[in-house]
Write a protein that binds this ligand. Structure first.
Ligand SMILES: Nc1nc2c(c(=O)[nH]1)N[C@H]1C(S)=C(S)[C@@H](COP(=O)(O)OP(=O)(O)OC[C@H]3O[C@@H](n4cnc5c(=O)[nH]c(N)nc54)[C@H](O)[C@@H]3O)O[C@H]1N2
Ligand SMILES: Nc1nc2c(c(=O)[nH]1)N[C@H]1C(S)=C(S)[C@@H](COP(=O)(O)OP(=O)(O)OC[C@H]3O[C@@H](n4cnc5c(=O)[nH]c(N)nc54)[C@H](O)[C@@H]3O)O[C@H]1N2
Ligand SMILES: [Mo]
Length: 770
């Protein structure tokens, strides 16, 4: 016992990194000491969730096989989600899994294997689980059905190339926080720029500078306007104005503003004529020439529930100012989510601001820490994924539709396609029972599979639905390289603790599986993990060498623990270049200009996404039965569902439940007091949470963040109730439109009532029966 503790001890603080920041850590066999990177001015408290993670009882110690699958073999099974598990040793479980992969491949082809495996995985670039599973399926089997786009930006990513250019450039290489601090006079922020969100970056971030940038701007006199149902979406330090329209009506509000600019003759006609395409078609709609309805501020006011005069004054106050319009990811994670993304660009174009320092339109600025920063001059190489022999794909959030409707047609971005018939799904690095909507239907979908495999380190709800569960290491249990394209520090992420139980790295698991399929060499290229790190690093080293800069070897980098790499100038990206020289630096859109309307999109003929931005009422608005909007946004105490059992996350629950916010008047009308347990419900099911009364929100909104692990119980009235607080049990599973088919999970509608029955215990953090 004593020996093992000594072995597990890291005597000194070791550098490491996570999506929520660079840090160092030390493990003494009992406690993890975690400290943020010393240069980080505003560390993210989420790192504290790591303290209890390493030896938490919810970790998976050995490979597990679901009893029903073991006894009956592969096939659809209603027991998925409430079956028990049988431990198995590694060599037997890998033999069985390899045989099953081979069976499915031979009987049905790789078109029957879903390997989309959406999810955030960990920050290390080599042990990035999603890249590992993709590489494995490509090199060892020949391919898999993939998914395209993200839950983050499922509407924006396919739309923006029709309108301005690739999302990468519009979100990442556009207006930086430095420009905002120095130049912007008005930040008009739809959905806010909440610090809880902007302190997370895929791949990690060494310095959280968002708060300081906004404070600097505010001190200079920059005006911040938070358009959001929640006041907290901009930090209190910057004293933002707050406008709270009805959720999902931002497009109408923006139309009203642009109509006012038109009516006042204050449109920037010079910019529109020089740099935009399709204004006239849009103006016919704006003024009502095409449909008889003028989209003026009085019209918008009726839809948004914001006084018309306030909108008129707001429009007028923007003219002649350096205005930055931002639209957060959340606005497009909703029905017709394409519209506010497009309309935000049109508003900035109407003001003539696109491409000016600190001005224009930066989609999603303030939603993630890797946006609004300079780009590195030399990137760190990602793990190469090999080539995929399967053409079929789905827009990522159509997972349930695909599994329940094999062979059926669906629309996506101008194409009509058919859902493949999936027999086996392999997940590594994601948690669909966190990220997807209508969880009851999702569970039904997974029950149709022959086999569902997951590599996980903890018993998430997804792991509890899988047939084969392979235990993986946590990031702290392996060496890796942490890097993102817009953070200047590359971090040598060093192993801090021994792997838990028999858990193994995803790379080791896939290497041994590939071996059983006769493809070890193809998967590993003969390299061990350490050699891969060195190979990935070599790309950066050569880049530095080419720039004639000091280019430390991998060993030197590893010894130092981090490497600062130079960044590119803050040049405003494609929108600046285009503004400066529209002839020679056209935008990468079909017309080379900003497309206020798009003949391409119009030609798709989609009623739910016409050829110019338009106000389209949502199909699901509050009713007498479900009178409240539910905002199911990102949690401030964790990243998605990761480490929900960690200290910071647990300390911020009450009676073990996630906290939901509602307005004091809304609560009073229902006899709900601070701290009461409430039940949110609609036709899909119900969820329990602890009520917090918050006057700084709309009265017709209740907010319950995502992230609480799904903990379902049968319920006589609602079918199923999540007793822990996962909102996705009551969020509908809809595509944003026929164009994007993105996740529409941000918003739902519910009724809320006080829950007076005995409180069911939380079982989400107890392992299943083994
Ligand atoms: N209602 C609603 N739903 C939403 C959203 C919303 O706004 N509202 N937001 C959506 C958004 S934007 C996103 S991005 C998604 C996020 O959804 P996900 O990315 O699926 O959520 P995570 O909890 O980050 O899941 C990552 C999983 O990977 C596991 N993991 C971490 N490291 C490793 C590793 O090294 N190996 C393996 N094998 N596993 C590992 C973790 O334990 C965790 O279970 O959620 C979406 N869902
Ligand atoms: N702490 C933490 N940070 C995160 C994440 C996390 O899980 N935890 N996830 C990360 C990921 S993967 C992503 S993609 C980003 C997501 O970034 P976002 O999608 O922008 O984040 P959300 O918190 O879901 O939404 C932001 C705010 O939008 C507001 N909002 C909702 N609906 C509407 C609407 O119709 N109109 C207007 N005007 N406002 C609305 C809500 O009040 C909400 O707080 O966050 C990232 N940052
Ligand atoms: Mo996301």
């Amino acid at each position: 016992m004593h020996m093992q503790q000594v072995k597990e001890t890291t005597p000194i603080m070791q550098p490491h990194s996570a999506h929520w920041g660079a840090f160092s850590a030390r493990w003494d066999g009992h406690e993890l000491d975690v400290r943020p990177h010393p240069a980080d001015p505003d560390p993210n408290p989420i790192i504290d969730n790591l303290r209890d993670a390493l030896r938490h009882p919810i970790r998976i110690a050995r490979p597990m096989v679901r009893r029903g699958w073991l006894e009956n073999g592969p096939g659809p099974d209603p027991r998925r989600g409430h079956d028990d598990y049988v431990e198995m040793d590694w060599s037997e479980v890998l033999d069985r899994l390899a045989a099953e992969l081979r069976r499915v491949q031979q009987a049905h082809g790789c078109e029957a294997i879903f390997g989309g495996s959406y999810g955030w995985s960990s920050a290390g670039r080599f042990h990035h689980a999603q890249s590992q599973v993709h590489r494995f399926l490509n090199t060892a089997l020949g391919g898999y059905v993939r998914s395209v786009n993200t839950y983050s930006a499922g509407a924006a990513a396919p739309l923006l190339p029709h309108v301005i250019g690739p999302m990468e450039q519009v979100a990442r290489q556009n207006v930086t926080l430095e420009q905002l601090a120095e130049h912007t006079e008005v930040v008009l922020s739809f959905g806010g720029m909440a610090l809880k969100n902007s302190r997370v970056a895929s791949g990690g971030v060494s310095r959280h500078t968002e708060r300081r940038a906004m404070e600097t701007a505010a001190r200079r006199g920059c005006r911040f306007i938070n358009v959001s149902p929640l006041r907290s979406d901009l930090p209190p330090e910057i004293h933002a104005e707050w406008i709270a329209p009805v959720p999902m009506t931002d497009t109408a509000m923006m139309l009203g503003l642009v109509h006012q600019l038109w009516a006042d003759g204050s449109l920037d006609r010079g910019y529109i004529d020089r740099c935009c395409d399709g204004w006239d078609t849009f103006e016919d709609y704006l003024t009502g020439r095409s449909d008889g309805v003028a989209k003026d501020c009085a019209w918008a006011a009726r839809i948004c529930d914001v006084p018309a005069q306030q909108l008129v004054d707001l429009a007028r106050s923007l003219v002649g100012k350096r205005v930055l319009v931002t639209v957060s990811h959340s606005l497009q994670r909703a029905e017709h989510g394409e519209q506010p993304v497009w309309m935000g660009a049109v508003l900035a174009a109407a003001l003539g601001q696109l491409g000016l320092p600190g001005g224009g339109y930066n989609y999603a600025l303030g939603t993630l820490a890797h946006y609004g920063r300079r780009n590195n001059a030399t990137p760190v190489a990602p793990l190469p994924q090999g080539s995929n022999g399967v053409k079929a794909f789905i827009p990522v959030a159509r997972i349930t539709d695909m599994l329940l409707n094999p062979g059926q047609p669906f629309d996506y971005d101008g194409q009509r396609m058919n859902y493949p018939h999936i027999r086996l799904a392999y997940w590594a690095g994601g948690n669909p029972f966190h990220h997807h909507q209508d969880l009851r239907r999702l569970a039904d979908a997974f029950r149709t599979l022959d086999t569902f495999v997951i590599n996980e380190s903890v018993w998430t709800a997804t792991a509890r639905h899988a047939d084969i569960v392979l235990p993986t290491t946590l990031t702290l249990e392996r060496d890796d390289i942490g890097a993102t394209a817009t953070d200047p520090l590359v971090i040598a992420m060093k192993r801090v603790a021994e792997p838990y139980g028999e858990s193994r790295d995803d790379y080791a698991i896939f290497s041994d599986l590939a071996e059983r399929l006769g493809r070890r060499e193809a998967f590993t290229e003969g390299l061990g993990a350490r050699e891969w790190l060195s190979r990935l690093y070599e790309h950066t080293r050569r880049g530095l060498e080419k720039m004639q800069l000091p280019a430390p070897t991998f060993e030197e980098f590893w010894e130092r623990g981090e490497l600062q790499i130079p960044q590119l100038p803050d040049d405003g990206g494609i929108l600046r270049a285009f503004r400066d020289d529209p002839e020679n630096a056209p935008l990468p859109t079909p017309s080379g200009k900003v497309q206020i309307s798009s003949p391409h999109v119009a030609a798709f003929g989609y009623a739910d996404c016409p050829g110019h931005p338009a106000w389209l009422a949502p199909r699901h608005a509050p009713t007498a039965e479900h009178p409240l909007w539910l905002v199911a946004n990102q949690p401030y105490t964790k990243l998605h569902s990761q480490l929900d059992f960690g200290r910071y996350s647990m300390d911020n629950k009450r009676q073990g439940r996630e906290i939901c916010h509602l307005h004091p008047d809304t609560a009073a009308a229902r006899g709900i007091r601070e701290g009461d347990i409430v039940r949110l419900h609609n036709e899909l099911g119900a969820v329990l949470a602890s009520a917090h009364l918050n006057p700084d929100m709309r009265k017709d909104v209740v907010q319950l963040p995502t992230g609480a692990w799904y903990d379902p119980r049968p319920d006589a009235v609602h079918g199923v109730v999540c007793v822990h607080g996962n909102p996705n049990i009551v969020v509908r599973d809809l595509g944003t439109s026929s164009l994007g088919q993105g996740c529409a999970g941000q918003i739902s509608t519910v009724q809320v009532e006080r829950f007076d029955a005995p409180l069911p215990p939380i079982r989400a953090f107890d392992p299943p029966l083994i």
